[in-house]
Design a protein around this ligand. Structure first.
Ligand code: 4NP
Length: 154
């Protein structure tokens, strides 16, 4: 089993989308996908209603996800940790115990060479169009990532 963790700040807007999108592209027999936030603001909360709506419009149900905070043991549980922006990277890296932990952390948009700006913008204070933009960025990245993961697990 290969395990992948998607991380943002609140775990209600971006990482729940990344979690649902990647999960929809991978075999659940071989891959475990989860998400977490670096902050504790939304522990136990459902994803933002706008993330739920945008995912639903693309045929993905993320309504059963609940927010949780990133914890140091996630470095042991997960093979790959994908963060949405540099601030998430720095927050997760602060909790790393060694270079092996650090090596697991990647900006998710680094997988997509067609994208110049590697930041998935935080849509929390934005509009539904901002959530659509985030969905589109993450869908392209997860399409590439799912192929890479599936090939490397063979
Ligand atoms: P996320 O967005 O990191 O994509 O889940 C945010 C959600 C909530 C807050 C900030 C960002 N907040 O400050 O509560």
């Amino acid at each position: 089993m290969t395990s992948i963790l998607m991380v943002c700040l609140g775990n209600i807007c971006r990482s729940p989308l990344a979690h649902g999108i990647l999960q929809s592209k991978l075999s659940q027999d071989h891959f475990y996908v989860d998400s977490a936030g670096t902050a504790n603001y939304h522990v136990g909360d459902s994803p933002d209603s706008r993330s739920i709506a945008v995912a639903k419009s693309h045929g993905i149900d993320i309504s059963n996800q609940r927010g949780r905070q990133f914890k140091v043991s996630d470095f042991d549980t997960f093979d790959y940790i994908y963060v949405m922006d540099q601030s998430n990277f720095d927050n997760v890296a602060k909790l790393a115990r060694n270079n092996k932990d650090i090596a697991k952390i990647k900006l998710i948009l680094e997988v997509d060479s067609s994208v110049n700006n590697k930041r998935v913008p935080d849509p929390y204070y934005g509009e539904i169009l901002d959530f659509e933009h985030v969905f589109s960025l993450l869908d392209s990245a997860c399409e590439i990532l799912s192929k890479e993961l599936t090939n490397s697990s063979r």
